[in-house]
Design a protein around this ligand. Structure first.
Ligand SMILES: [Zn+2]
Length: 69
């Protein structure tokens, strides 16, 4: 993973960012800083019971993620 780069494009993985969560004991930034998180596809599938899916627009309901395999 590059240090100091503004590009993050992992192979066979997904990436997303998070400003944190009020309930977290390790990450909850309210000044605009974010973590950019990479998770490889294998780990994403292994942890899929902890992943939620929202279909389309932001205010749609969250449901458990069921990957198309
Ligand atoms: Zn992994």
């Amino acid at each position: 993973m590059p240090d100091g780069s503004d590009r993050n494009q992992p192979y066979s993985a997904v990436t997303f960012d998070s400003s944190g969560q009020y309930g977290s004991t390790v990450w909850d930034d309210f000044r605009g800083a974010k973590l950019e998180i990479n998770i490889c596809d294998v780990c994403l599938l292994e942890g899929r019971t902890q992943v939620l899916h929202r279909d389309g627009a932001p205010r749609r309901p969250l449901n458990p993620w069921v990957p198309d395999l």
